[in-house]
Every structure is written in structure tokens, then in C-alpha cells.
Ligand binder design. Structure first.
Ligand code: ZN
Length: 64
């Protein structure tokens, strides 16, 4: 269960965790509230947008 706040009327709304990634309607004004998806599992060492800093360049063929 998490509490979201309506963007339109600022009314707090309780939303079950199972609604993650979906949209609910504000019970007061009816506006659509998007429920953000929060990661429940953390895998160490795997972070998005932080990879491939060490590609290529280290070994250039020295043939001869
Ligand atoms: Zn509202």
C-alpha cells in the first residue's frame, strides 16, 4: 500500500502495491493518477545507464 497525491486536487489516495505501473482514478475529482512502478528487487552491480565505459581501445593489433 502506498499513498499517492492527486495532481489536480491534492487529495491523498491509498493505492495497493499491485497497482504499480497502472492508473487509478482520484476518488474526489476523478482525475487519472499514474502509479509509478518501484523496483522491489535490487541486483547489485546492475545499474541502468552506467555501463560500457571500458569498450575497445586497449588492444590495437600489433601484427608483425
Ligand atoms: Zn483529485
Amino acid at each position: 500500500m502506498k499513498t499517492l497525491v492527486c495532481n489536480e486536487c491534492r487529495t491523498p489516495k491509498m493505492v495497493p502495491d499491485s497497482f504499480q505501473g497502472e492508473s487509478v482514478n482520484c476518488s474526489k475529482c476523478g482525475a487519472v493518477i499514474f502509479v509509478p512502478r518501484t523496483p522491489t528487487t535490487r541486483s547489485p552491480g546492475v545499474a541502468p545507464s552506467r555501463r560500457a565505459e571500458t569498450t575497445g581501445n586497449s588492444v590495437l593489433a600489433t601484427i608483425g
